[in-house]
Design a protein around this ligand. Sequence first.
Ligand code: PDD
Length: 278
Amino acid sequence: DIAWVNGQISEIGRAKVPLLDRGYLFGDGVYEVLRVYRGRPFALDEHMERLADSLAGVRINYPLVSERLRTLIDELVAQAGYAEASVYLQITRGASVRQHAFPAGCEPSLVLTVTKTQQPERGQQEGGVGVITVPDDRWAHCHIKSVNLLPNVLAKQKAREAGAFEAVFVRAGNRISEGSSSNIFAVKDGVMVTPPLDGHILPGVTRRMVLSIARQEGFPVREEDLPLEFLRQAEEVFLTGTTIEVLPVTKIGGTPLGSGIPGPVTRAIFQAFTRKTE
Ligand code: PDD
């Protein structure tokens, strides 16, 4: 696994960033995770577009040149020697003496890593996974992919301790937002529902692709509020994300969901998604 830190390439365990980097001190930065399938970055333009939105959202001025980043990613992937990889890309406001307001003359810092993809196990894809629900105690700008992930970290750990794969955030006691690192879809009475892009969720690149696949394949789909009750009574539920792709959910809080096995809509969407990555 390798890292690229402001132009310097090294083995990931040896890479160094300054103590005064604001990403480290304040979580003052944004990031992206994208996949490389068969040596090719997947949905790079969509990730670059979202990164530009995140940068604007936190007022970091970084000139993103898609073609330059594409070349850089290609070079790093070739150097890492993986055909299947995950690329992590982080831009922070830079390093300067610690003060909350933006320091003058602070240059943003870009970091990239290329690692082997940590995909869910085959059994999880085939049999589905369990989720728990947790109160959504995050800030009001969840459309920004910021490196402040403490609520997400705590939620995921809670899921792990409960023997579940993912923690699903719930607002105001009954509105589903998303998973700690995934978006969520539920199918009930043949209609697919996923929460809208209203600042409570990340505009997932996989989410967007799944919506377009669903529309292409003629599945009725709605972007609207997803009540917890809808989720509990759903025939099918699945999570989407760059590393998990389309992952069936078969249990909520230990209770089997629908038929208790991954359903036909989830399967069809997963298969159509897989074809896009080939
Ligand atoms: N997380 N929601 C949240 C909070 C996420 O962190 C992610 C992705 C998603 C799915 O978005 P996408 O389909 O664009 O990957 C939704 C990445 C993979 C991570 O933090 O590792």
